[in-house]
Design a protein around this ligand. Structure first.
Ligand code: ATP
Ligand code: MN
Ligand code: MN
Length: 359
């Protein structure tokens, strides 16, 4: 009889939440190409393929080594024929012709440009493209185009908010919010989340969880902090979304990346003098401040742990954590709670001491 096969060593999990991944990416030449392809599929509403390339990129990002030949990927999960063909091309010619074609495609270029504006999603970008618009100046000069408040701010602060936010800038933003919040209440809890919590050196925004130990007081807290920032002249834009959280209506069986907590999407004015080592780059126009995108989410304190888990990212990590819970543990996870599918009525609430950050 055939000898039993030895368990494979160093197998890479198909779930991002089971892959140890550092911020160092040894396979950027492939993952950058995959992101171009994924985004192009996203623009064309081909979700399956978009996800396939993002999954493949996530697997390659977790590798502590650089792929030097396609053969080396044979034991890796989530890499299909198409993905491998692209990798082969890159290994052989240093570039992928499919990717280059997309990058030089007018529609793709235009959609990428338009969606780079805060408040402009793929649908709006497509609409503008269909109207024959190809540049910001054409959009802004076009009669009959209505820009909402978010898009107006997006154009107004375009240069600043498309420039990466540094760790030092993120820290300075944290200090501003921390000071403002402790004037409002001594019971506040403020924690950094998102990419900076994962240890990234740069981000497109700064994300915070803001709550209070007094259950139920968290919603007013967000409104008070917005008011305080406004009074200090630091608020350039604010979109506040009130809580629609209702514990009795959970769990929601739809896949939801969005949660129901009170939150706000802000653009803040950050003075260079508050940033250790100064602003990321000279403004070139004599300005000593920059605009920074900031997200605040404000869950009730007994939902703190799930919010932290859900907002820390990355998006693929979150997605696979939910998929892992569902397929491997028969549980449902979202930003609000973790449910045992076999007895959905008693969902799992962490003890307060587990859910609060160490101060
Ligand atoms: P970046 O450096 O580009 O900001 P990031 O990982 O911080 O990277 P964000 O878009 O800021 O990306 O999102 C951070 C996390 O918060 C993600 O995991 C995302 O799933 C979650 N998130 C963002 N917006 C919402 C929302 N409206 N509802 C629920 N979760 C959200
Ligand atoms: Mn972020
Ligand atoms: Mn964010």
């Amino acid at each position: 009889p055939e000898a039993p096969k030895a368990a494979p060593v160093n197998t890479v999990s198909q779930y991002a939440c089971q892959r140890r991944t550092t911020t160092e990416n040894n396979n950027r030449i492939f993952t950058d190409a995959f992101e171009v392809l994924a985004e192009n599929y996203e623009f064309n509403d081909i979700e399956g393929r978009c996800l396939a390339f993002r999954r493949a990129a996530s697997v390659l990002k977790s590798l502590p080594w650089a792929v030097r030949c396609v053969g080396a990927t044979q034991d890796l999960p989530c890499l299909g024929e198409h993905t491998k063909a692209v990798m082969k091309e890159i290994l052989q010619y240093g570039r992928s012709f499919e990717v280059e074609k997309i990058l030089s495609d007018e529609r793709c270029q235009t959609l990428k440009l338009f969606t780079s504006v805060f408040g402009v999603g793929p649908k709006t970008a497509e609409k503008w493209y269909r109207r024959g618009l190809r540049s910001f100046s054409e959009v802004l000069a076009q009669p009959g185009i209505h820009l909402n408040r978010m898009q107006q701010s997006g154009f107004l602060h375009y240069g600043d908010i498309s420039r990466a936010v540094s760790k030092a800038e993120a820290r300075a933003v944290g200090n501003i919010i921390d000071e403002a919040v402790h004037v409002i209440t001594p019971n506040a809890i403020l924690a950094l989340t998102g990419g900076f919590r994962r240890g990234k050196d740069f981000g497109h925004d700064v994300d915070f969880i803001l709550t209070t130990t007094e259950l139920g007081k968290e919603e007013n807290l967000l409104i008070s902090i917005i008011e305080s920032l406004k009074k200090q002249g630091l608020l350039l834009f604010s979109d506040y979304q009130a809580s629609t959280f209702d514990i009795s209506k959970l769990p929601s069986h739809r896949f939801e990346a969005m949660d129901h907590f009170a939150k706000c999407f802000l653009i803040l004015r950050l003075e260079g003098s508050l940033v250790e080592g100064g602003l990321q780059r000279a403004q070139g126009d004599g300005r000593e401040w920059r605009a920074v995108r900031v997200d605040l989410v404000s869950p009730p304190v007994d939902r703190y742990a799930y919010t932290m888990l859900g907002w820390t990212g990355s998006r693929m990590f979150e997605r696979d954590l939910r998929r892992f819970a569902r397929l491997e543990r028969q549980m449902l996870l979202d930003n609000h709670a973790l449910y045992d599918k076999t007895k959905v009525e008693d969902f799992i609430i962490p003890r307060q001491t587990d859910s609060l950050p160490r101060q």
